[in-house]
Write a protein of this length. Structure first.
Length: 208
């Protein structure tokens, strides 16, 4: 099989400057959310009876690297070409950052050298984070496609931070660019259990 870009955990978002390298709390690597997104994707797609509400027994199960790739490519045969292109664009962004620092009129030469060296040190780390995010967002787009195609109006999941983050991302992608779709993400109690519920309403002017 063709070699593919590999995900692995990188870490928190780095803050890089002439003063050093720090890590921003709360800006977690999208790797930690990708498996949850894949579980939602597979659940929506494997319910062959078309229905408008999904409330499956989500488990935050572990998915192997090979399987995540197989799943995503099944939705988009050109995925790897797209991912490779996006990573090349991200590498160009890093190159531009270095160039911007080098021509700064507000830094000494020592500060420029230190900042550029810090950027170079963190390049592989940042590229891995970018790769994880790219796969995550492609997965979210696949979820969005299934929701729109099947007019899914409700998705229920367990109440935890990972599911909240993924549902919030799905909500954002569904309502982007003045979409006629309206979403509401709520925390609700059902049978003495806390749940997250994403309610989806398709507007009257929707093309669906």
């Amino acid at each position: 099989m063709k070699e593919f870009n590999k995900i692995k955990y990188a870490g928190l978002r780095p803050i890089i400057s002439q003063h050093g390298i720090e890590y921003k709390e709360g800006k977690e690597d999208k790797y930690v959310y990708l498996m949850t997104a894949l579980e939602i994707l597979e659940s929506l797609n494997h319910n062959y009876e078309i229905k408008h509400s999904y409330s499956d027994y989500f488990t935050n199960k572990s998915i192997s690297e090979q399987l995540y790739h197989t799943i995503l490519v099944s939705y988009d045969k050109d995925l790897e070409n797209k991912v490779t292109k996006e990573i090349e664009e991200y590498k160009e962004k890093i190159t531009n950052e270095i160039n911007t620092v080098q021509i700064s009129k507000h830094l000494s030469q020592i500060e420029k050298d230190v900042w550029c060296e810090n950027i170079k040190i963190m390049t592989d780390y940042r590229i891995q984070r970018a790769l994880n995010k790219i796969y995550y967002l492609h997965c979210i787009e696949d979820i969005k496609t299934i929701i729109i195609k099947n007019k899914i109006r409700e998705i229920d999941t367990p109440f935890n931070e990972k599911f909240w983050h993924v549902l919030h991302t799905i909500q954002g992608r569904l309502v982007i660019n003045k979409s006629p779709i309206v979403c509401d993400l709520k925390e609700e109690t059902q049978d003495d259990q806390m749940l997250l519920k994403l309610y989806i309403k398709f507007g009257t002017n929707s093309i669906i």
